[in-house]
Design a protein around this ligand. Sequence first.
Ligand code: EPZ
Length: 432
Amino acid sequence: MPIAATISKEIYKPHLEVKGGYSLSGELKVSGAKNSALVLMAASLLTEESMRINNVPLLTDIEGMAEILVTMGVKVKRSPSCIEIKAEGLHHAELPYELMAGLRASFFCIGPLLARLGKAKIPLPGGCRIGARPVGEHIKGLKALGAFVNVEHGSVIASIPGARKRLKSAHIVLDCPSVGATETILMAAVLAEGTSTIENAAQEPEVQDLAQMLNTMGANVQGAGGPKITIQGVEHLKGCEYTVIPDRIEAGTFLLAAAITRSCLRVAPLIPEHMSAVLQKLRDCGCILEKDGDGMKIIPGEIRGVDITTQPFPGFPTDLQAPFMALLTTAKGTSIVTEKIYENRMQHVTELQRMGASIRIQGSTAVIEGVPELSAAPVTGGDLRSAAAMVLASLAARGSSKVEGLNHLDRGYAEIENKLNQAGADILRRQQ
Ligand code: EPZ
């Protein structure tokens, strides 16, 4: 292929063309929570009966998880907003590396596979752009429940030793309130013998959603959403129908879209208790927020700088650190943003700087001096939430921006440009 064609092939990638500087109006619709739907799909492996999960968002991560379930012999039927799963034919306890590599959430299958089939072989999810993403807490919990677990040739291999068919109860104290580890242990313990406890458990709404669905299936989980969870093991779980909670991270991203364009918008549905820290920071930086039915109305005032430190729930969520920083680049005054959950979640800083933002980085702390206006530019989202931050910044920047990194963006935001255009944005998705 001639050089020019090669270069041009390299230069043009799918991107969003965003004409910024417009205010928005009307309503932004929030889909079901990605980080709940993914784990609920894995939990469906715990029963051979039919499961129907409603309000499942149309995301590439969801399709990836569905593909993984099918490779294990599970029946999966996808319709626009719900997914039906029947794991009666579950026979395959090994996940193929190729399918796993792009989807960390597939590691959630290890607990259910172990509980259901007594064995599992899952490739290590490995790190990603935002951090090492270790799974030591998952492994520690499974071992405490009586599983034999070792890591070899890049896979985690787990089995229930001897003639035993079930895991046994355990009292586990996590070193860190890991969302994934709490969910893995929950899903392994629900079919174990006896009563297990998890201390220093993650308290995220997605953990609560999982516990609620497990109890609907006949499990006995108490205390989810708090630091100590108690699981009374049962022998069998039945199928059920369940509706996923609204995505608090998408809801926060949309509230920020209103704030950064200084637009009055309604964002719905959302559950305020799932995002108190975010709502507080939006108020602190000058937005009026009013509960309005199943949603929230936001009226931005003069936006001023605030300090943010990401924490496990109920603290400020790491997944909204990048989107909120986009807002702070045009706030009056100075803001300090500190990322405490991941070791490398500041990739959006250089891209925001290309749009005229004034940001200084020291390790995982960014000092942002607000500027009057961002300038449109070609930018790239290096991970899911950085890509969302770039869309927000482009909405505010005067002129036409080009946002690349749609492979990341589409993992976590269903039809984002259609939703924003319905509220008055001017975004075009271009394949090259
Ligand atoms: C979940 O990831 C979410 N993903 C992440 O969302 C989210 O950022 C994260 O929770 C924190 O809220 C899904 O639910 C699919 P963790 P998870 O285990 O479970 C350390 C997004 O953008 N850790 O709570 O992988 C780890 O290094 C994604 O939607 C250990 O040290 O998160 C990290 O620093 C990104 N050992 C911290 O805990 C372990 O065994 C948080 O990780 C596990 C984790």
